[in-house]
Ligand binder design. Structure first.
Ligand SMILES: Cc1cc2nc3c(=O)[nH]c(=O)nc-3n(C[C@H](O)[C@H](O)[C@H](O)COP(=O)(O)O)c2cc1C
Length: 350
């Protein structure tokens, strides 16, 4: 038995049955015997540090603004809306809004659409609340004194809550949607045919409408169409080694942990990223394109390679890859039997 096999044997057969029993034993195990969570811990701390540091140093923080504006919108749609609400964070929200408007975000560029949304919602907030309240009055003064780096439309205030009845409804039937989900299959063989970038943009537009915790959208789709770079990226994950060269476009979905001030949100990059990817992938199908989701296991040497190649920032984590292109009609597709609804739905079971 090699030393590695011996270590695995001890971990899995002697330590595991014991350390699984208590969180403190689990902590001890990961402190003494396994570094498998180390990178995750470090990245979560880096993200938290970046988030809090920006707030502490009075720097603009667009993730924070997205969350705060979202909270105000939720306050605005309350059925029995109060004339005074959000007192504990309106000052902070306007302060951050002013910073982002006057100095841009960490890239130095203003995020015009975010600022339009924020200014519309804040204006609506001040129109709907009691501005004689001293906290609201002070925030309003600051809001009005904001000098915008770019034009944000203050009138009419159109990026604001609206009634469900005003939603533009699609004509897609359940049968159409079900057929689309059945049409989507993991495709591993593609034609040597260029994918127009505007189709990727269209799929991304659909993905952007996916739900995201507090509307922060803490991810980026990094697109690789340049064949040399695409092949360098494709050679890293293990799950596509036999066929990565024939995938015309590769995407690395990167999560940004600086979106959060707390460890409790550490899973949200994966949830939000997964939801957006599903919309992206289904949209590709409607555009005649096929795709393959590709696993990104948490393996240190692979992650180091990817981090270097993509110049990943300290708070960023690759979460998965997506390959896409025009499917080779002769390429094989695994049947992949799906679980039944009876297996997946557990109704009112305690
Ligand atoms: C998170 C995730 C990781 C995956 N990783 C790989 C991979 O590395 N290589 C691969 O060939 N397929 C990969 N797949 C595709 C799955 O094998 C496939 O979705 C599954 O077998 C069901 O088939 P279907 O997508 O055609 O319904 C992955 C899928 C997901 C959701």
């Amino acid at each position: 038995m090699s030393l590695y096999d011996f270590k695995l044997y001890v971990q899995n057969n002697i330590l595991l049955p014991v350390v699984r029993r208590h969180p403190k034993l689990a902590d001890l195990y990961y402190f003494l015997f396994s570094s498998d969570f180390s990178r995750e811990h470090q990245k979560v701390l880096e993200g938290k540090f970046m988030h809090l540091q920006a707030l502490k140093e009075n720097k603009p923080n667009s993730f924070h603004l997205r969350r705060q504006v979202h909270r105000i919108e939720k306050g605005l749609i309350m059925k029995n809306r109060r004339s005074v609400f959000a007192l504990d964070y309106i000052g902070d929200t306007v302060h951050n809004y002013k910073k982002l408007s006057e100095f841009g975000d960490y890239t130095g560029q203003p995020d015009t659409e975010l600022l339009k949304w924020a200014s519309s919602v804040l204006q609506t907030y001040f129109n709907s609340t009691d501005t004689t309240n001293s906290v609201i009055a002070e925030a309003y003064k600051k809001f009005q004194s904001t000098k915008h780096k770019v034009e944000v439309q203050l009138k009419p205030v159109d990026y604001v809550p609206y009634k469900r009845a005003q939603t533009i409804k699609s004509n897609i039937t359940y049968e159409d949607f079900l057929a689309l989900t059945r049409q989507r299959r993991s495709v591993r063989y593609f034609l040597d045919k260029e994918v127009p970038y505007d189709l990727i943009q269209k799929a991304c537009l659909a993905a952007a409408y996916s739900p995201s915790a507090c509307n922060r959208q803490p991810f980026e789709f990094r697109i690789f169409t340049d064949q040399d770079m695409k092949n360098k990226v494709g050679a890293i994950p293990m799950g596509i080694r036999p066929f990565f060269e024939n995938i015309p476009v590769l995407i690395v979905l990167v999560g940004k942990l600086s979106a959060y001030a707390s460890e409790r949100d550490r899973h949200v990059i994966y949830l939000d990223g997964g939801l957006a990817s599903m919309s992206f992938i289904l949209a590709l199908e409607t555009l005649g394109l096929s795709s393959l989701t590709i696993n990104w296991p948490d393996i240190e040497y692979l992650e180091n390679k990817m981090d270097q190649l993509l110049k990943v920032k300290p708070d960023e984590r690759p979460m998965m890859l997506i390959g896409l292109g025009y499917a080779d009609p002769e390429g094989g597709i695994p049947y992949s039997q799906k679980k039944t609804t009876d297996q997946l739905l557990q109704l009112n079971i305690q």
